[in-house]
Design a protein. Structure first.
Length: 94
């Protein structure tokens, strides 16, 4: 297993663990799916959230705004914050 696949697996496992802990697997899945579809279709969003030039604070503000507009659950928003903070947004499929 490559290092990148291992990292992706760890993040996905953590997201699933937290969703199960809160009995919100379906809600988290739907939220991740909504965000993923937008992230996949919008190259400007991908560039902004993966950029090393844009601060993590600004990237988190973008994620929070999108979360409110897309009505994402709090687990997914925290997951996005962690990916942003750790500069791992590029691991999401585009």
């Amino acid at each position: 297993m490559t290092k990148e696949i291992k990292v992706v697996s760890n993040y996905a496992s953590s997201l699933l663990f937290e969703a199960k802990r809160q009995s919100k697997e379906d809600v988290a899945f739907e939220s991740v799916l909504k965000f993923s579809q937008l992230f996949e279709k919008n190259s400007i969003l991908r560039e902004a959230l993966c950029s090393r030039i844009i601060t993590h604070v600004s990237q988190c503000a973008i994620a929070k705004s999108l979360s409110q507009k897309l009505k994402l659950d709090s687990i997914t928003l925290r997951f996005l914050f962690i990916l942003i903070k750790n500069a791992r947004m590029h691991l999401l499929p585009d």
